[in-house]
Design a protein around this ligand. Structure first.
Ligand code: AMP
Ligand code: MG
Length: 490
């Protein structure tokens, strides 16, 4: 016998009894690992060959729990588009175990689409190929962009057809890796039931797993809140820096770890607009591009509510005041992360008061010109190198010349830096998962041609480096592509 391919250490299942239900994944006719993420498997210390055996395919589709693993559906609640659902939970997902990766980090291995659980609420517990591959692509693109995210370990097909809105589709299961699956909604599940002992247990677990230095603070639970908020402020700023719209920032889709999770109706903007919305169900624009920091703060307020009794059971008003003080700092904190990142994108090594106006005015020009967000920022390093032509060609509006003059003046104040253009090119991507390319790749995959998916994934894995033969991947959607709409609950 070869050594067991997975060395699990299942802290969630072990320490948090009552926070999950043990359930077997569904049996499927023909489990097949369509794509395995080899670099990630390596990072996890996994034997990739094992997953290419029939047994491995059964494990990655949830048919069989791997040796030493778990098979649990986690409980959580959540505010969805502002309305509270006291019971959501893993309705089509299973946590199959935790591993310590080669860097000593604890990582969850989780399946999505593995069949019904007690949390399925009438859903079929399944996932289909397009959305599974979409999450694979998006997560890997975000990772390559340096943004904290869950990642796909594998995409597998099940050999069965699953009924969706537009007819039957190929069933699939995503295996994904996360630093944990603790969500704001996990806290809400227990808090809304008045089970404060379990909220405390969960908070202690979250601190030990993600914020161990919080234990040294006067109030560890307040410190937990402060640190989660800081990671979220940073995360949302990073989304905005690359033009990412999550699309469904419900509290069950906000992690305690600060990783991006649940790539459902997400998309990247092309033309800059703070009002950009892609999700078909987000009719009010609740999760619009420019509204994401507000909604993150709203979600954090829901998180704060679950912690009140832990922070001060005797004097709730005092606890609320402490939490509010932290929460009210969010907009400024976010703004600081955003502006710091914008300075990097503009190649500014120093800070001056005028930077905010300079940045905002660039955004106003982009909006007026309808110019491509990614291309505009990428062209800035050329300006910094003394060549403004590319930017002029993109930002075709009257104010551009003035702005370039102000920018050049500002760069003059910043001093000469030989590394400036390279530093800018290391934060302003050339390649993002453009909506038309993602759709093309998924359409081909559903016809059995994985070529476009593989090629797109390859290009997106080094998004900051100019790649030969990849020009088309850097371009916005052709005119005929039209407005883009994404769908939830897929
Ligand atoms: P999501 O939109 O993927 O974040 O899911 C929100 C909630 O709906 C979670 O509790 C999911 O487990 C559940 N859910 C989504 N799709 C399905 C499905 N096909 N079957 C059962 N539950 C589902
Ligand atoms: Mg979700």
């Amino acid at each position: 016998m070869a050594k067991p391919p997975l060395q699990f250490d299942n802290s969630y299942a072990r320490e948090l009894e009552g926070f999950y239900v043990t359930v077997q994944g569904a049996q499927v006719p023909a489990p097949h690992v369509l794509r395995l993420n080899h670099p990630l498997a390596e990072e996890l210390g996994l034997d990739a060959d094992h997953f290419l055996t029939p047994e491995g395919a059964q494990e990655l589709t949830g048919m069989r729990a791997p040796e030493g693993g778990t098979s649990i559906a986690m409980a959580y609640a959540g505010h969805q588009f502002g309305g509270f659902s006291p019971q959501l939970g893993d309705g089509r997902a299973l946590l199959i175990g935790e591993l310590i990766d080669l860097n000593g980090q604890r990582r969850d291995i989780h399946l999505k689409g593995s069949g019904k659980t007690p949390f399925s609420r009438g859903g079929d517990g399944k996932a289909v190929l397009g959305p599974v591959l979409r999450e694979y692509l998006m997560g890997e693109a975000m990772h390559a962009l340096g943004i904290p995210t869950t990642r796909a370990l594998a995409a597998s097909t099940t050999g069965e057809m699953v009924l969706r809105q537009n007819g039957p589709e190929q069933g699939a299961v995503l295996a994904r890796v996360a630093s944990s699956h603790l969500r704001v909604g996990t806290f809400q599940f227990f808090a809304s039931r008045g089970d404060h002992a379990r909220v405390r247990k969960l908070a202690d677990y979250a601190i030990a797993r993600h914020y161990p230095d919080a234990t040294a603070a006067d109030s560890p639970y307040l410190e937990l809140f402060r640190q989660v908020q800081d990671r979220q402020a940073n995360l949302i700023a990073e989304w905005v820096h690359v033009g990412f719209v999550h699309g469904v920032m419900n509290t069950d889709n906000m992690t305690i770890s600060g990783e991006t999770i649940d790539y459902g109706p997400c998309a990247f903007i092309d033309a800059y607009s703070p009002d950009a919305v892609f999700s078909s169900i987000d009719r009010q624009g609740r999760y619009a591009f420019g509204n994401q920091p507000n909604l993150a703060q709203w979600n954090l307020a829901r998180f704060a509510e679950t912690l009140v009794l832990l922070i001060n059971p005797e004097d709730q008003d005092a606890a609320i005041a402490q939490l509010m003080e932290v929460l009210e700092a969010f907009p400024e904190q976010y703004q600081q992360h955003w502006l710091d990142g914008m300075r990097r994108k503009l190649g500014l090594f120093t800070e001056r008061d005028e930077d905010l106006d300079l940045t905002n005015d660039l955004h106003a020009l982009m909006q007026e010109a309808g110019s491509d967000y990614t291309q505009t920022f990428r062209a800035l390093s050329r300006v910094a190198d003394g060549d403004a032509e590319a930017l002029k060609g993109i930002l075709k509006v009257e104010g551009t010349m003035d702005w370039i003059a102000r920018y050049q003046h500002r760069l003059g104040h910043d001093g000469k830096h030989d590394t400036r253009a390279a530093a800018m090119d290391a934060v302003n991507p050339i390649y993002i998962p453009r909506n038309h390319l993602v759709e093309e790749a998924l359409a081909a995959a559903s016809d059995g041609d994985m070529g476009p998916f593989d090629r797109l994934l390859e290009v997106l894995s080094t998004p900051f480096q100019l790649q030969e033969g990849a020009d088309a991947y850097a371009l916005p959607a052709p005119d005929g592509f039209g407005p883009y709409t994404t769908f939830c609950g897929t």
